[in-house]
Design a binder for this molecule. Structure first.
Ligand code: COI
Length: 355
């Protein structure tokens, strides 16, 4: 159990208009910080006013990207309470990222306590409007002042928060996705299964090119065969082909999404046959042309459940679900958001109150 020191913000900031929230732009009054030093372990857990910190330009994270992060949300329930969704899953995934990136792990209980501490200090920032939430960004950066390529001996764990609406400007309207066949995001043996900033840095060029052509994000292919689909920019991806649900298996280069895991659990409970396996882009386009690709959607903390209305590869374009949200996609969205916002029962014990 952490002994967290609390320094309240002197002047709380005005809350943003809940109707015009843009993802990741407005930050709350407080942040959680905790340092690590070799020989001492994690120490000095504290909640402080949100603000800039001084770092030397030789700070290791700026050069070699020894950094990992998580994404999670706090939701306002109809009775005014605040709750988290599966926070121990984020704690466990962060430690899996830590192991790959040679960053010292944080006990799961401490991670969840840190998140709860900052959310509790910034409770008034958890918006009430349906579809809005408080996005939480826990992250760890290497802080040694050194240009040697080694694991750092010191780190900073921080948790910052921002009120958000829909991740895509499209909201629940289907997004258009483009199969990227030049750049790759990750390879087996690399860092694809972690949430490290470097994965996202490598994805930016393809994302920019896709946007220039009117697509929301790219669908990545595997780095070896350039054949099997992996994930979309900031989401895992799933398809309904006939009565079967297919999604790329977690081969090591795909992020093990918590929304992914939750959707698979829901659909298995609903009696669908769910296959986690290799899926070639060819298989998808063939299914679309044969009329059996009924629905496609992405899943992620930020994006929640996001319908895909158009898939493109080169000059080939296929519309999915007539460009509208499919029935199963809508059911997943409604069930998941119902549990998260506390408007539906939570038979799985997925939500965690914040006092
Ligand atoms: C999340 O869904 O929490 C993510 O991490 C996506 C983010 C890169 C926008």
């Amino acid at each position: 159990m952490l002994d967290i020191k609390f320094t309240p913000a002197a002047a709380p900031k005005p809350l943003p208009d809940p109707d015009t929230l843009v993802f990741g732009r407005t930050f709350t009054d407080h942040m959680f910080l905790m340092n690590y030093d070799a020989g001492q372990g994690w120490h000095d857990p504290r909640v402080e006013p949100y603000g800039p910190l001084p770092f030397e330009l030789s700070c290791m994270v700026f050069h070699y990207a020894q950094e990992i992060f998580e994404g999670m949300k706090a939701y306002r329930t109809p009775d005014g309470k605040v709750q988290l969704f599966r926070p121990y899953e984020n704690a466990s995934r962060m430690n899996s990222s830590c192991r790959r990136m040679c960053i010292p792990e944080i006990p799961e209980e401490d991670f969840v306590q840190a998140v709860k501490a900052v959310v509790s200090a910034d409770k008034r920032w958890v918006p009430e409007k349906m579809g809005t939430s408080l996005y939480i960004r826990p992250f760890i950066i290497a802080t040694d002042s050194s240009l040697g390529v080694h694991a750092s001996h010191s780190y900073l764990f921080a948790v910052i928060c921002c009120p958000v609406g829909a991740y895509y400007p499209e909201g629940l309207n289907p997004v258009k996705i483009y199969v990227e066949d030049e750049d790759v995001r990750a390879v087996k043996g690399g860092t694809g299964f972690t949430k490290c900033g470097g994965n996202y840095a490598a994805s930016i060029r393809a994302g920019e090119r896709a946007e220039e052509q009117g697509y929301s994000q790219v669908l990545w292919l595997d780095g070896v065969h350039r054949k099997y689909i992996e994930e979309v920019g900031s989401m895992n991806v799933m398809f309904k082909v006939g009565n079967t649900i297919i999604t790329p298996e977690l081969t090591g280069s795909v992020l093990p999404g918590i929304t992914r895991k939750s959707c698979l659990e829901l659909m298995r409970d609903w009696g669908f046959s769910v296959e986690e396996r290799l899926i070639s882009a060819r298989e998808l386009f063939d299914a679309a042309q044969a009329g059996s690709l009924e629905e496609a959607w992405g899943t992620g903390t930020a994006a929640v459940v996001s319908p895909i209305g158009l898939l493109a590869q080169g000059d080939t374009k296929v519309e999915v679900s007539g460009g509208r949200i499919g029935r199963l996609t809508q059911r997943l969205y409604d069930t998941l958001t119902g549990i998260q916002w506390g408007t539906e029962p939570d038979p799985y014990g997925w939500v965690e109150p914040v006092e």
